[in-house]
Design a protein around this ligand. Structure first.
Ligand code: DU
Ligand code: SF4
Length: 231
């Protein structure tokens, strides 16, 4: 499919020298607990069906998570929280994501990120964020026929994704809506149905360990976004 072709192109991208070096160095040096793994060490494409109605937008792959397993949010603590919640609300076939061939299926949901390579300290530079945006714009174009809602995890994803939604043909209100947990707005389309946009605290340990984002809060936002998407 066009989307799987896009995913393969993304996986070959080397546009950001700092991130290419970092993702490959992490893949060489590894974490002791994963010493027997062959790390992916490349850009991590989006994950989920090409006719998704709901898109979940994160930040960037985790060095020892997606950068190890090759699949979004797979093999890291953030993904443990996200996939558990997706399973609990009926949007995933299993509650855990451990490696790319674990059989996990998402129902009507695709997970992606505005930056596809693991960044040092989980902080992409503005240049890296902008360099990666065309990949998200292409993904949005391909998902557009079925996409009805997007759930953005965290402020970085929000400010990175809004310009991509605009470039992909949705109308982003001016002034730009601010990120908040519970933020909700609708992006009109030139023709056809608009896109329901939701903000949610990121599923990172910084938020989940401290109780800033609880599993119940995440399930609530997922149910609301899935409902808006017609799932
Ligand atoms: O908490 P962690 O699983 O080690 O993830 C580190 C960092 O990366 C955190 O800020 C979440 C983010 N992240 C993401 O945005 N997308 C992913 O697929 C995996 C992690
Ligand atoms: Fe390419 Fe995006 Fe990775 Fe930069 S972050 S190298 S643009 S895939």
């Amino acid at each position: 499919s066009p989307l799987s072709r896009l995913d393969r192109r993304i996986a070959g991208c080397r546009a950001c020298p700092r991130l290419v070096e970092w993702r490959e160095e992490v893949a060489r040096t590894k974490r002791a607990a994963f010493a027997d793994w062959t790390y992916w060490g490349r850009p991590v494409p989006g994950f989920g069906p090409p006719d998704a109605r709901l898109l979940i937008v994160g930040l960037a792959p985790a060095a020892h998570g997606g950068n190890r397993t090759g699949r979004m949010f797979t093999g890291d603590r953030s993904g443990d929280v996200l996939y558990r919640a997706l399973y609990d609300v009926g949007l995933a076939s299993r509650p855990t994501a451990t490696h790319a061939d674990d059989g996990l299926e998402l129902y009507g949901v695709r997970v992606t990120s505005p930056v596809h390579c693991a960044p040092p300290a989980n902080k992409p530079t503005p240049e890296e964020r902008d360099a990666c945006r065309p990949w998200l714009v292409r993904e949005l174009h391909l998902l557009r026929p079925t996409l009805r809602a997007a759930l953005v995890l965290g402020a970085f994803g929000w400010q990175a994704a809004l310009p991509a939604f605009a470039e992909a043909g949705w109308t982003v209100p001016r002034p730009r809506p601010a990120f908040a947990h519970g933020a909700r707005t609708t992006l009109d389309a030139a023709e056809g149905p608009g896109l329901h946009l939701f903000g949610c605290f990121h599923v990172s340990q910084r938020n989940t360990f401290t109780g800033r984002l609880t599993p119940g809060m995440l399930r609530d936002v997922l149910r609301t976004a899935a409902g808006a998407a017609g799932l």
